[in-house]
Design a protein around this ligand. Structure first.
Ligand SMILES: Cc1cc2nc3c(=O)[nH]c(=O)nc-3n(C[C@H](O)[C@H](O)[C@H](O)COP(=O)(O)O)c2cc1C
Length: 211
């Protein structure tokens, strides 16, 4: 299929140096709030790129659940493919494709596990069904059938029939601690506005990048 004719000119908005907050976290917060106000679908969905020890890349969607001065936190299975890649190479890139606003944000940084106490706090806030799902899903492993999954769910429901569901040891959060950001705003004629932030000893350095 030749789809080379699909083409949109981006004219919604522009981005100038004086619009930018010196602190990329504040800038991200402003754009996140605008994306949220625009009622974008799954505004906190982000692409998470990782690479294994050999440098082979991988990417998938995860949900951003916490962001603050410490970094950007998502939750997952600590035995999944992404977890194995992060164990070998604890760095990641995040991409927020806020296309309806003709925007994207890219974030790169090192990755660390958050504490068990922090993971428990979030786990406890999840619906019971999601908590049970975290117990039974051997994420990224081959599984025989949907029926097998359903059977495991029935078994775990019976096991934790009453009371609180404990945090599985194989489940928790990772934090991406950024040292690089890029804010991209689409413009006409492909002359987009791009600004990068790099963390240096002197603080965050901002540069305009060619589109
Ligand atoms: C909208 C959306 C949100 C998702 N959120 C998460 C998430 O927060 N955590 C997670 O582990 N997987 C999430 N997934 C599933 C992942 O994309 C992926 O299938 C899974 O984490 C296994 O990835 P891996 O094999 O690379 O470890 C989400 C998928 C979609 C489409």
């Amino acid at each position: 299929m030749d789809i080379s004719e699909i083409r949109t000119d981006y004219v919604k908005s522009g981005l100038q140096r004086r619009d930018l907050n010196d602190d990329p976290l504040q800038q991200f917060t402003t754009w996140f709030e605008q994306a949220r106000a625009a009622e974008l679908m799954e505004v906190n969905a982000m692409s998470l790129a990782t690479a294994d020890a050999a440098g082979r890349p991988d990417v998938r969607t995860v949900l951003l659940k916490i962001f603050d001065e410490q970094g950007y936190v998502f939750f997952t299975n600590y035995k999944s493919s992404k977890a194995r890649q992060l164990a070998a190479n604890p760095q990641a890139a995040l991409l927020f494709p806020w296309l309806a606003l003709e925007r994207q944000v890219r974030i790169v940084g090192r990755v660390e596990k958050i504490s068990g106490a922090q993971s428990l706090k979030y786990f406890s806030s999840r619906p019971r069904g999601s908590q049970l799902g975290a117990w039974i899903s051997e994420q990224s492993q081959p599984i025989q059938s949907r029926e097998k999954l359903n059977r495991l769910m029935q078994q775990i429901k019976a096991r934790f029939a009453a009371g609180e569901i404990p945090l599985p040891s194989h489940w928790g959060g990772y934090r991406v601690v950024p040292d690089h950001y890029e804010f991209w705003q689409g413009r006409a004629n492909r002359l987009h506005d791009r600004f990068s932030y790099d963390l240096t000893d002197a603080g965050w350095q901002i540069k305009r990048l060619a589109p």
